[in-house]
Design a protein around this ligand. Sequence first.
Ligand code: SF4
Length: 118
Amino acid sequence: MLLPHQPLQEAAVPSQRISARDQAGPWHSEAVCRRDEAGLFFAPSKEPTAARLSREEAAKRVCARCPVMVACREHALLQPEPYGVWGGLTAAERRVVLARRRRREAELQRTTRIAAAG
Ligand code: SF4
């Protein structure tokens, strides 16, 4: 069975990207990118910046019409997936989302401690 983002460029994509648990997840079966024949979702080695930006935008357009975008995005954030476009986000964009979540969680914990002490 092919999975979303099944690697076409082995050098750019770790072979164990998706855990056995996630392979069994229902969202994979509805993924629009089950066959990434255009190689949109992962960078080939030494990809020029302009080509990367163009490829990522094309991948995001595919994600935008994917019925499992939210599940895919959460998977990529929770793993976390270090490479490629997942759920309409690049790896750099996912790092920003994760940093925001960590800051929000820290603030919530701080607020909770203050409320409990007060
Ligand atoms: S959201 Fe994008 S990366 Fe995720 S399964 Fe759909 S097409 Fe693939």
